[in-house]
Design a protein around this ligand. Structure first.
Ligand code: ADP
Ligand code: MG
Length: 664
């Protein structure tokens, strides 16, 4: 007897289940996609014990006739794919015809369904892949699939399920994703304790983000208004035999492929420890793709620190033949036909959006230990990773002794607590215009806080900017300094506080990088060369980055045993600063240095130069100097954060001030 046997379907299904069904959330994913493919407008998802005991999805889609309902449990039975040719341009979410039989083979499954045309519905009960009963039943059109006791017959898999809370968080995260991608649907998610997410159809993505994450998160995001980029695609050479039919189908003509992008990204002060808050949808399908992640990271390059991640919600829509979704069984990985085009498109558009909107931090700022985007309960679970605390080591010390007898500067501006405010400056202007006229002038600018409101138009071009934008910096008038460290400025739209050190740091950083690229760095001879003795490891590091130092205007020569003489340095640095700066860069661990790209190294050096050369805190500034700083900052490409991601300016909006004084 031969040794090779064809596996019975029951075993083949279990094997396939290993690919498709990893955990309750993967069951939920398949079922939700089926409902969406069936044209459902309303989806109700009920789970018990994190989906281990029950996952039930009820939809109002087209339903299945009796025959189709039975067929649905055959392997590779699908209504969505007719020919191999279709594989190249898949528009529906499911297409393998594997999900239902796979899920049914590792659970107790109940399918109830009816089409509009049929008088009675069908009820099919399956356990461990065995059909237990098929009956007729009266029910509304649409489909309900209940999956109970997942992996009850595969103990090895059941053992690997995580805690109820973890499994539930995966499901909640998944349903959150689908509700973000399908704003025209009603989606309800419940568990034993009640509703976890409940969204109704809305007109705009913005409203959906509001429904899902709440207004405080929305306030921290910048909207990427829909943009598109076209790509001229040359026909691929075809075998001669197909030439005639290809010509007929127009396949041998160059075509214009249109790529579209929209969504939201976080402001620079929002920083995440990992990529969990990056949601990317390709043709409304949730994907995890390295290429897109890399594009997002490079858009945020020098805006947030390397190693930190933004919140991003991106929708990339492209012709179906530009993307292969068939790479991974659970379909979360994709292959782009023109990867570098997609990469550059995503990177450039996010960057442009950040640069154009120049988002600004407003009060109250999240404390350093809570830099996470906070979400509402339903969405809370997926975002519960530990928060990021920025290292403060590169911040020049703030003279904290002054805090002992006065409230800290930000608390002093917590108007809701109404502490005595002494900003160290005379405010001798009379109480200005009446609250009403101020409020009226405010209505001209778009309103912060009322998130669902459309931007209003007026003659003033400024109103087209987002409400809280650093682009308004150019109109600021410095009023004075707070503790010789923060510039207090008044603008049309409120009170601004600018950290003089990080502001100058950003200005210098961009200048150094710009000049570095053009090759005309401003170098300055030191009157007396700085003589620096190096440790052996620093000496090795120096040989690695010697060239980068030179390119930035340093002139370094050997000066005896393990000693160097610095004869010239970037302008604006004192010999002590030169020494501190060199030591700081040369102390970069060897391993870290090796992993830095040239680009990263350049910004690392530029950031260090900028940090050392920048105006310090605890330094009195002349009004003219303050104005200069504000004007220069207004010209910066990214005035919203220093290269390490710290905010540069805070704004207390006029509307909030009026509210705090009960004038609104
Ligand atoms: P696929 O989705 O890859 O086609 P599935 O095993 O998930 O494979 O589903 C098999 C078929 O069952 C689908 O092609 C579809 O015709 C039908 N089906 C599954 N779920 C539903 C549903 N909720 N409403 C209507 N038809 C469904
Ligand atoms: Mg499917």
């Amino acid at each position: 007897m031969g040794r090779i046997k064809v596996l019975p379907d029951s075993i083949a299904n279990k094997i396939a289940a290993g690919e498709v069904v990893e955990r309750p959330a993967s069951v939920a994913k398949e079922l939700i996609e089926n409902s969406l493919d069936a044209g459902a407008q309303r989806l109700r998802i009920d789970v018990e014990t994190g989906g281990k005991r029950l996952i039930r999805i009820a939809d109002d889609g087209v339903g299945m006739g009796n025959d189709d309902a039975l067929l649905a449990f055959e392997r590779h039975a699908t209504s969505k794919l007719r020919a191999v040719h279709d594989l190249q341009s898949i528009s529906t979410l499911g297409f393998r015809g594997e999900a239902l039989p796979s899920i049914a083979s590792v659970s107790r499954l109940l399918l109830e369904t009816r089409t509009e045309e049929e008088a009675t519905g069908t009820r099919i009960e399956i356990a461990g892949g065995r059909m237990l009963s098929v009956t007729e039943e009266a029910r509304p059109a649409g489909t309900t699939v209940a999956v109970r006791n997942l992996f009850y017959n595969v103990p090895a898999r059941r053992k690997f399920l995580r805690t109820e809370k973890t499994e539930l968080s995966h499901i909640a995260s998944l349903v959150t994703h689908y509700s973000l991608a399908h704003i025209d649907k009603t989606i309800l998610l419940t568990n034993e304790n009640g509703e976890l997410l409940n969204v109704t159809p809305v007109e705009s993505q913005r409203e959906r983000v509001y429904q899902v994450f709440g207004s405080s998160t929305l306030d921290q995001l910048v909207e990427l208004s829909p943009v598109q980029r076209e790509l001229q695609v040359q026909p691929q050479p075809a075998p001669r035999t197909q030439a005639v039919s290809r010509a007929k189908d127009g396949l041998d003509q160059p075509r214009l492929q249109v790529f579209r992008l929209s969504g939201f990204v976080s402001q620079p002060q929002i920083q995440k420890l990992n990529r969990n808050s990056i949601y990317v949808f390709v043709n409304r399908r949730l994907i995890r793709d390295r290429l897109v992640l890399r594009a997002i990271s490079s858009a945020f390059h020098n805006v947030i620190p390397s190693g930190a991640f933004p919140f991003a919600l991106l929708f990339l829509d492209l012709p179906f033949d530009e993307v292969d979704v068939n790479v991974h069984p659970s379909k979360t990985e994709v292959r782009f036909r023109h990867p570098s085009f997609v990469h550059d498109f995503v990177r450039d558009e996010i960057r442009a959006c950040l640069v154009a909107s120049k988002p600004i931090s407003t009060f109250p700022v999240p404390p350093a230990s809570q830099k996470e985007v906070r979400a509402q309960p339903a969405a809370d679970i997926p975002f519960s990773e530990a928060s990021l605390t920025l290292s403060r080591s590169d911040l020049p010390p703030f003279d904290e002794s002054i805090l002992k007898h006065e409230p800290p500067p930000t608390r002093a501006l917590d108007f809701t607590a109404a502490p005595p405010i002494d900003m160290g400056m005379a405010v001798n202007e009379p109480v200005g215009p009446s609250a009403d006229s101020v409020a009226a002038s405010l209505d001209e600018v778009s309103t912060p806080g009322t998130v669902l409101q459309q931007k209003t138009h007026s003659r003033d071009p400024i109103v087209d900017l987002p409400a809280d934008s650093m682009a308004r910096l150019g109109q600021l008038r410095p009023l004075g300094q707070l503790h010789d460290s923060f510039i207090i400025a008044s603008g049309r739209d409120g009170l601004w506080i600018i950290d003089q050190h990080v502001a100058h740091e950003r200005i210098l950083f961009e200048k150094v990088l710009r000049e570095r690229t053009r090759g005309d760095t401003e170098s300055q001879r030191l009157l007396v060369p700085a003589i620096i003795t190096l440790r052996p490891d620093q000496e090795i590091t120096l040989t690695r980055i010697d060239e980068e130092f030179r390119a930035n205007g340093f002139e370094i020569e050997p000066f005896g045993h393990r000693t160097i003489a610095v004869k010239a340095a970037p302008a604006g640095l004192s010999p002590t600063q030169v020494e501190a700066l060199l030591n700081e860069i040369l102390d970069t661990p060897e391993k870290e240095l090796r992993e830095l790209s040239l680009d990263d190294l350049q910004s690392r050096v530029a950031a260090t130069i900028a940090c050392h050369a920048a105006i310090k805190v605890n330094m009195p500034l002349e009004p003219a100097k303050m104005q200069w700083l504000l004007d220069e900052l207004a010209r910066a490409e990214c005035p919203m954060s220093c290269p390490h991601g710290r905010p540069i300016a805070l704004q207390y909006g006029l509307r909030d001030i009026l509210k705090a004084f009960h004038r609104l």
